[in-house]
Design a protein around this ligand. Sequence first.
Ligand code: COA
Length: 288
Amino acid sequence: MRLKSYELATQDIASVDVEALHALSLGVEWPHRPGDWDAFRSLGHGIVAQDEIGRVFGSAMWFPHGEECATIGMVITTPRVQAQGGGRWMMDRILQQCGDRRLILNSTRAAYRLYVALGFVPQATVSQHQGYATPWAAPVLGPDPAVEAIAPAGLGEVAALDAAAFGAARPRLMAHLAGTAEIRGLRRDGRLVGYGMRRAFGRGTVIGPVVAESEADAVALVASLLTGLDGRFVRLDTRQPPGLLRSFLESAGLALFDTTKTLTRGAPLPVVEPGRPGIYGLTAHALS
Ligand SMILES: CC(C)(COP(=O)(O)OP(=O)(O)OC[C@H]1O[C@@H](n2cnc3c(N)ncnc32)[C@H](O)[C@@H]1OP(=O)(O)O)[C@@H](O)C(=O)NCCC(=O)NCCS
């Protein structure tokens, strides 16, 4: 494809130097570190748009969650060639690779028109809360004694709860997070009713995924995961409307920074309602 004076072809994203991908995301002011790109590449597939001398002008990725579902992310066109059809060109290829899986993605304002034109349907607003964590002045709830650390050996129970909330099993993601994240669980009457993770990502620490059966349980998990992070940069993305969880995040120094929209193609997003497992904190925009 020709974009301005550049002749571009797609290549497998696995073949590219991570520094070229890092430069691409820095160019659109995204916080990903090279290690975050490598983690995404170990979890999914994708393409880059490259010119004849190997310069990278764009990227797009997809992440299979079993045979029926996938998330799409890391869709970037470098600013000097935006609005020339490059985003659409890469997305057409990614959609082909995804086959007939149902799809979930989180869209920035810049990408919204593109995704709607490709048949994606808006489902929810994602609120990105972040900031330097402070001791919560007036916690809505304190850390719940029922919150416990979960060792990697407990992953089976966590993965089952995650699948119930997400609507599909995410075995590859769960295995990856077991090796890189700290995991806390919330148990009631011996049954795991919630879990949350924290890991290094972007500018600091990301708390997510968070799965719970109520906002109060999500707060208990997040409160526990914030322990020891005072003064550190922390981010949590949630689809919850204003309420207990988001008030708690604000009180802990994680202010609302930006919003994106979740769109799906092929099936609606599972609802989050009290009494059944739901996603209260996203893993990452690209992974939902
Ligand atoms: C979103 C992005 C990938 C689109 O790439 P692109 O190469 O400009 O896309 P295209 O040229 O194929 O344009 C696709 C559509 O988006 C529209 N568009 C492009 N940039 C836009 C912007 N900044 N604001 C609103 N619409 C925009 C185009 O007009 C086009 O719509 P049309 O077909 O109705 O005319 C690119 O703007 C980008 O990298 N932005 C920063 C990172 C980002 O937000 N990524 C999306 C993550 S979900």
